[in-house]
Ligand binder design. Structure first.
Ligand code: GDP
Length: 197
């Protein structure tokens, strides 16, 4: 699959106001600074499709883009600075939780992980939570160019073994670098296959 058209639709602070769920949707999420805007711009080959994330505390929005007139690409707010909720469960933010739980046309939620870091609690919690809700997820490791091959492999293995403590099988994993355009064709093939199913 190639992206021939990518257009901003709108930003929504309320899941109920999102476009009608009449097209397949692929959403991207991760901690602030994980490299999400860079990845989305690399994927769509638009310099400024996704703007760099808003600062914590600003209104968080769900940003829809229409791709090839056929599917929605969704830029979700960053998680990781939401406060712990009353029941002591880590909160990911109301808008994120509502979106993940309610968006019926969500084909895949791409969870972005900074490949330079050892497994982070908030990322693991988010993976577990969305998985436990039956949401189809894939893990996208970012900034792979910043590591030597063996360091990258070590970090990936650490993630995989941590996840395999609770998951029977691993979700799909794509390794990317926005600066080197690594992983672009894998991501587009993955999306193309999901659309064709
Ligand atoms: P966001 O907050 O998740 O949208 O992250 P950004 O896309 O704004 O990226 C955060 C920082 O990481 C910026 O300084 C980017 O230049 C840098 N960055 C993002 N992706 C990559 C990458 O693939 N390789 C390298 N070396 N730096 C990256």
């Amino acid at each position: 699959m190639e992206i021939t058209q990518a257009e901003f639709v709108s930003s929504y602070a309320d899941v109920r106001k999102c476009p009608a769920p009449d097209k397949p949707e692929f959403a991207f999420i991760g901690r602030s600074n994980v490299g999400k805007s860079s990845l989305l711009n690399m994927l769509t080959q638009r310099k400024q499709l996704a703007k760099t994330s808003v600062k914590p505390g600003k209104t968080q929005t769900i940003n829809h883009f229409i791709i090839n007139n056929a599917w929605y690409l969704v830029d979700l707010p960053g998680y990781g600075y939401a406060s712990v909720s009353k029941d002591k469960r880590a909160g990911f933010g109301k808008i994120i939780e509502q979106y993940v739980l309610k968006r019926e046309n969500l084909y895949c939620l791409f969870i972005l992980i900074d490949s330079r870091l050892e497994p982070q609690k908030i990322d693991l919690e988010f993976i577990q939570w969305s998985g436990s809700k039956g949401v189809p997820i894939a893990l996208v490791f970012t900034k792979a160019d910043k590591l030597k091959k063996n360091e990258l492999q070590k970090n990936l293995s650490r993630y995989e073994s941590t996840l395999l403590q609770t998951w029977e099988e691993l979700p799909p994993i794509v390794v990317t670098s926005a600066t080197e355009k690594t992983g672009r064709s894998e991501l587009l093939t993955f999306i193309g296959n999901a659309l064709a199913e």
